[in-house]
Design a protein around this ligand. Sequence first.
Ligand code: ADP
Ligand code: MG
Length: 577
Amino acid sequence: MPIHVLPPDVASQIAAGEVVERPASVVKELVENSIDAGARDIHVETQAGGKQLIRVRDDGCGIPAAEVELAFHRHSTSKLTSADDLTRITTLGFRGEALASIGAVSRVTLDTRAADEEVGARLRFEGGRVIERGGSVRAPGTTVTVEDLFFNVPARRKFLRSDRTERRHIDAWLTRYALAYPDLRLTVSHDGRVTFRSPGSGALRDVLIAVYGLEVGAAALEIIADRPSADITVTGFVSPPSIHRAGRGFITLFVNGRWIQDASLTYAIVQAYQTLLPAGRYPLAVVMVHLPPADVDVNVHPTKAEVRFRDGDAVFRAVQRAVRYTLLERAPVPPASVQPAAGIESARRDRLAHLAPAARQLGLAQPAPVGRGADIPLESGAEAGRLPPLRVIGQVRATYIVAEGPEGLYLIDQHAAHERVLFEKLLAERKRAAVPSQALLEPRPVELSPEAASLLMAHRETLASLGFRVEPFGGRTFLVRAVPALVADEEPQQVLEDLATALELGDEPLGEQIAESVARWVCKRAAIKAGQVLTVEEMEGLIRSLEQCASPRTCPHGRPTMIHLSVSRLAHEFGRT
Ligand code: ADP
Ligand code: MG
């Protein structure tokens, strides 16, 4: 066959193959464009694992009507003008290939309105050709709809996997963006059902909870740098040694906001856990490296999932040191050192004898049974993550409890600690379907806003499992028959109204997590407040209950319950080392 130049449509299909491998690649490119456009709210919708439809809607800057067609041209971008710019890329996209590639292998509809234009534009594209142009009446932002992916590339289409597998790939990408951009409110729905929602609170820990669940999210340790370097900063979260997984797949890396795969940095993180994890187990980690754009080349591969560092060793060292330092400073005291000695044990048991009344008054867990001889095994706190036994020294500003333990000094936030105690107790009671509930002598009517009313209807069963008995009473009125015992001394109407408002504003994830958010809310409300003077017995009761918690170091919202000043830290601060 003589040499000839390929017709443009064939050439562009080949080029498209590099960028668009499967539905997940389309989702990735479109979401990156939305993020580059400054969007805060992004909705991703798919049908049939993205093979039939992918739609990404954002509230970003939009595309000026005069430029919509240009956006679909190969190598057309608004993010780069000279080769020089390649050395200081701060956007996720820059190659100007994505829309052209997607347009070459699917039917695309672009619907957009620039923030400063009155009307928007709409463009339909099919297999690389414009088939329809028009205006669009919409809010500022952009919606890209991609249908029938690879309709004109049967070879590719054949290699797509089951809907479920394609969906998994899509979710993997979306999870990464949610983690990398905690400010983003990302809503994902597959086949008409919302499956994920990132809270958009700006706090990475909230995203961790949404992605990995409460246990991991609450226990994760925020990375602290020992000596922050001007050039390379490392932030994020790592799991405490008590939480681990069978593979490296839970280690997520970002460089300047871009998800990357990097065996060497993954190894740096794993190595920081040396001797802390059982063999064959790996940590969970979300690690963000920030460095000057000129020190990293992101233009290595069309999918931009690999990068090259100017000084790879320095990045390796920075990551490893930050993670190791975090583990040493923040990780729960290792089990071996918290086994109370026999003498402490019996002394503590004596002390516990006096605590029952105070503990009961605060709604705390009851202390272990007392006085049945030395053979009663006390809850030892020896499990990783648990607290060692602490001795209460006093209270500061009626807000913080000062305590001493074998490992140094602890400052405990009484409100956060009590929230944690109540929360674990409440969830445990819910599991046993035994949440104490206070029936009202006379049911009280409450009228709610339409949104609040429909939320309440939708979550009635969950609310019932937490001790709220409410009945629809026509329209937007509900009858409150019972409330959780924890909030029984408040006005029931007020409680319900406030709860409905919190649910309405909260944008909390759906499903099982709604129970946790309601539980969090109830416990926050019921917990002792800052500014409340506590007796020594009450403080001890609280600390004992906290010691029994599975995740004593954070409150249900993920904030720390305590600050720990280790013995070595104290020695260091006083120049004794
Ligand atoms: P790149 O992202 O590499 O610039 P793309 O082909 O992905 O290339 O997009 C081309 C151009 O279209 C972008 O540079 C941007 O100007 C515009 N664009 C694409 N998607 C959006 C969006 N969601 N909001 C605003 N502008 C967009
Ligand atoms: Mg792009």
